[in-house]
Design a protein around this ligand. Structure first.
Ligand code: 2U9
Length: 344
């Protein structure tokens, strides 16, 4: 029995040394010191020994039990320390590593153009006015001298929601609404930026949703020369002082007389090129003196007040400024396109 105990001791020593995890170590404890463990089993057989043999074997058994128990405890501590070390290593943070790059967003090119144009007009004393995109037939058409069945209404070009409600086709309703708020008293000096909608087939130069900036000045004694003066300042500020301007007669139902504003082509300086279609001029906006009917519907007396108005397409401005050849780029949210403007 003494030999058997020594044998178990040596065997346990080897198995403790070999255990590489806490689970394996526990298996060793159960195998030798557990209720049915090998050393426990030997001790259970001590009843069969003679009274002389019993204390000797008993002492040996205790020494072996204690020794194996101590070995297991020591090993347990070593394994626990190793496990903690490994966990710390895994969780350690290298504070010297560079941080991850934050991808900063930027303004949409149309937003930049709107803000730049707004700034130019604010600098000339204009206020910025906004209004609803879902409009009534009255504000979008009728109040702008486009009664029902007027040929210039072009029903096919409008997104109707009901016979009386529609998506605005221009930002002009904001101007009528602002005139109404003034209750017939001038001056009014506003620009109205915003989204507008037309039932167009989308292609390189048409988009069913686009942006406009319209302007309106109403006051006593406002003349066409005021319109020209504002345009001279606007063009010098936005496109540069070297650009020439010219007004070309035109027609709009809400203005009389009406004129389109051209600026000299910056690419060929008037010589004629592809950008200006060989004319030396680039059309930038439509304008005119507000029609008396429109003033009246906005609550102003056309005998006392006069005014001028203008409208421009923001995409066209952005395309001219950045040399963009397809309007759809503004609305397809391709980050390769948009990220080129993040510094704006
Ligand atoms: C009121 C009175 C008059 C707004 C005007 C234009 C001329 C014009 C176009 C430019 C390019 C629209 O985006 S576009 O297709 N606009 O040519 N707009 S005068 O006249 C108004 C507006 C409101 C009360």
């Amino acid at each position: 029995m003494l030999d058997r105990l020594q044998e178990l001791h040596d065997e346990a020593m080897v198995r403790v040394a070999e255990a590489s995890t806490l689970q394996e170590l526990n298996d060793v404890r159960v195998a030798y010191l557990g209720k049915k463990g090998a050393i426990t089993e030997v001790m259970k057989g001590m009843g069969k020994l003679t009274p002389e043999e019993r204390p000797i074997v008993g002492e040996k058994a205790n020494v072996v039990r204690q020794s194996v128990g101590r070995l297991i405890e020591e090993k347990e501590q070593t394994l626990q320390e190793a496990a903690i070390r490994e966990q710390l290593n895994k969780e350690s943070i290298d504070v010297t590593l560079p941080g991850r790059d934050v991808q900063a967003g930027g303004r949409h090119p149309l937003t930049s153009v709107v803000e730049t144009i707004e700034d130019v007009f604010i600098g000339m004393g204009f206020q910025v006015a906004e209004g609803p995109e879902v409009e009534t037939d009255y504000y979008n058409f009728e109040s702008l001298n486009l009664p029902k069945h007027h040929p210039a209404r072009d029903m096919q070009d409008t997104f109707f929601i009901t016979p009386e409600l529609l998506l605005r086709t221009q930002t002009s309703p904001v101007q009528t609404r602002t005139m109404e708020k003034h209750e017939g008293k001038g001056p009014v000096k506003i620009i109205c930026p915003g989204k507008v909608y037309r039932r167009d087939e989308d292609d390189a130069t048409h988009s069913h949703q686009f942006m406009q900036i319209e302007g309106l000045v109403v006051g006593e004694g406002i003349r066409m020369s005021d319109l020209k003066g504002i345009f001279e300042k606007f063009v010098a500020n936005y496109f540069g002082p070297e650009r020439k301007i010219r007004l070309r007669p035109s027609f709009f139902p809400f203005t009389e007389p009406s004129a389109e504003l051209d600026i000299s082509c910056a690419i060929c300086h008037g010589e004629g090129c592809r950008t200006c279609k060989q004319t030396g001029w680039i059309e930038v906006l439509g304008s005119g003196m507000v029609h008396p009917n429109v003033l009246r519907m906005g609550g102003f007396d056309p005998e006392k007040y006069s005014g001028f108005a203008f409208g421009m397409g923001v995409e066209r401005f952005a395309m001219l400024k950045y040399g963009i050849d397809d309007i759809r780029h503004f609305y397809t949210n391709d980050t390769r396109f948009l990220s080129q403007f993040t510094q704006e």
